[in-house]
Design a protein around this ligand. Structure first.
Ligand SMILES: *Cc1c(COP(=O)(O)O)cnc(C)c1O
Length: 235
């Protein structure tokens, strides 16, 4: 067994176990492989092992990998999970299936306008800042409602749910609190009539806590590919 197969098996076991603990079906949780800083060869290898959805968070790197790997069968599904500046939206609108980090209407409007006619609508999540600290990425919880309503009305986007990256902590009980808040926020929006089926939450160190609180998509890098190497060594 290769290291990658080994890691994939271990992640799969962790997800399955957390689903059993939460009394949820395994297919309620999608595994997104976060491939930032990983080579095309590593992505191809994981794809050969059956992985289809990949996440990137730097636009330039995303574009290069997306374009180099077009034509793989079955096709990859690309998720853009990073911060987006207005001058970079077009490259993402023309390539991604999903965007997880939307926290401003302006970005959403540009993505909708720039989404090519021949492609399916772009699936999006709003990133929520649960830290309460200024300057963090994400929309504050009290502003999610109005933003969600505006984004949901854009013609070429489908608002699927919420995403968050809580501050890291090793205490499994403490890990669950922000995930529970995100779920409650999603439930509030659903009660207001928005059709949201996605909670994009959970990474390598807290996927169990996220699944216990209702995550439908975990974004996993390190646990699948090993520790990230410094960017300088990538080529
Ligand atoms: C890098 C990254 C991940 C994956 O983190 P790991 O701890 O390596 O699993 C998940 N989500 C986002 C937004 C990221 O940037």
């Amino acid at each position: 067994m290769t290291q990658l197969e080994d890691d994939q098996t271990r992640v799969e076991e962790r997800i399955a176990k957390a689903c059993r603990q939460a009394d949820r079906a395994r297919d309620e949780v999608r595994l997104l492989a976060v491939s930032k800083t990983r080579s095309e060869a590593e992505i191809r290898a994981l794809h050969r092992l059956g992985q289809r959805s990949f996440g990137e968070n730097y636009v330039q790197e995303f574009v290069a990998k997306h374009d180099a790997l077009t034509g793989l069968e079955p096709p990859l599904e690309w998720h853009f999970i990073g911060a987006l500046q207005t001058n970079k939206t077009r490259a993402v609108a023309e390539r991604a299936a999903w965007v997880h980090g939307i926290d401003r209407l302006k970005i959403a409007e540009r993505l909708s306008r720039q989404r090519p006619e021949g492609m399916a609508p772009l699936q999006v999540c709003l990133q929520v800042d649960l830290s309460g600290e200024p300057g963090k990425a994400g929309v504050p919880p009290q502003e999610v409602g109005p933003l969600a309503a505006s984004v949901a009305s854009l013609p070429r986007l489908v608002l699927r749910g919420l995403m968050a990256i809580p501050a890291p902590t090793e205490d499994p009980t403490a890990q669950r609190l922000p995930f529970a808040r995100l779920r409650e926020l999603r439930d509030t929006l659903k009660a207001q009539g928005l059709d949201l089926d996605t909670l994009s939450m959970g990474m390598s160190d807290d996927l169990e806590a996220a699944i216990l609180e209702g995550s439908t998509l975990v974004r996993i890098g390190t646990a699948l590919f090993g520790p990230r190497r410094p960017k300088a060594r990538q080529s």
